[in-house]
Write a protein that binds this ligand. Structure first.
Ligand code: BDR
Ligand code: CA
Length: 308
């Protein structure tokens, strides 16, 4: 099993990512979930994470992380509603939080896993950057980082930038420049699978807490689309999780990449050196394509497995 820490800003698609992670514990040895400010404020992302994990019957630890980005002000995402979980209200978890902050939990497990720990980060990268700057000796101890964030082309927050990277570009730059092996699951692939009706129906038929939670979030996403318009819902963070447990679904291409931290129009842009002008070795496996049908099949089969 892969020892892993999952860093989230829960968040509707983050909640489904947690669901998918908990249903893959045969492959993933989840050491902890860590929360970061992003879709909503830290108090909400933390409590949402704690409540989701408990609702799904797990007592895995949750640690709180950064309350604000390193340098910039946080811009929360309207699309996840005021609480971050849309209109889904879960029972309050009976469990509290670890006392250590997220970056210390990450460092502690990096030490004890002796080079095997992986990190999956599906919110702004503040906690990971804190772990790297406070404990530079962590770099050779992390086996790999997978992020949902950025993209080679285009943005969803601005013309050039994706939400997670836009919110903490300084943290993202620290992570991209760290030398740790990294896979970027960006908008190039996460915008491709649009939630189909047959998946909504299959989820509704799964009568377990897993099916119930996912289906309530899908209802919110569908309603939000009718109310505020826009595209079919996307499951960004879930695709990053899928890339770890089903790497065959995702095609990647290696690039040297870095991050624009300021910029008048390009703050948070992730830039790929297509023509090797920097003459630097690639530091990112960037996702460029996804088997859409295979992804939805994997997703539905996984949810169904919760009733077996
Ligand atoms: C990312 O932004 C958040 O709103 C989602 O949870 C996802 O991590 C997509 O840009
Ligand atoms: Ca997220």
């Amino acid at each position: 099993r892969i020892p892993i820490i999952i860093d989230v800003d829960t968040g509707t698609d983050d909640a489904i990512c947690i669901t998918a992670a908990l249903l893959h514990q045969d492959q993933l040895d989840i050491k902890a979930f860590t929360s970061v400010c992003g879709n909503v404020t830290l108090d909400k992302t933390s409590q949402n994470t704690r409540n989701v994990v408990s609702y799904l019957g797990s007592d895995l630890p949750v640690a709180k992380g950064a309350e604000k980005p390193l340098e910039h002000e946080l811009t929360v995402a309207k699309s996840h509603g005021n609480t971050g979980l849309g209109d889904v209200v879960l029972p309050a978890s009976p469990h509290g939080f670890l006392e250590e902050p997220a970056w210390e939990v990450i460092y502690r497990h990096a030490l004890s896993e002796k080079g095997q720990l992986q990190l999956l980060a599906v919110g702004p990268l503040t906690n990971l950057a804190m772990a790297i700057t406070r404990h530079p000796d962590i770099v050779p101890l992390i086996r790999k980082i997978t992020i949902m964030g950025g993209g080679i082309w285009g943005g969803n927050m601005t013309m050039t930038s994706e939400f997670n990277i836009y919110n903490d570009p300084d943290a993202a730059k620290i992570v991209f420049d760290s030398g740790i092996e990294m896979t970027m699951i960006g908008l190039d692939v996460t915008l491709k699978p649009k939630l189909p009706d047959w998946v909504v129906d299959e989820a509704a038929a799964v009568k377990t807490p897993y099916g119930d939670l996912v289906s309530r979030i899908f209802d919110f996403m569908k309603r939000r689309k009718i109310e505020i318009g826009g595209d079919e819902p996307n499951l960004h963070d879930v695709i990053a999780l899928a890339s770890i447990v089903r790497p065959d679904l995702i095609t990647t291409k290696d690039f040297y990449m870095t991050v624009e931290t300021e910029g008048t129009v390009t703050r948070g842009m992730t830039i790929a050196d297509f023509h090797c002008v920097e003459e630097k070795a690639p530091n990112v496996h960037a996702a460029v394509d996804i088997d859409i049908e295979g992804f939805w099949r994997w997703f539905v089969d996984m949810l169904k497995s919760s009733s077996r």
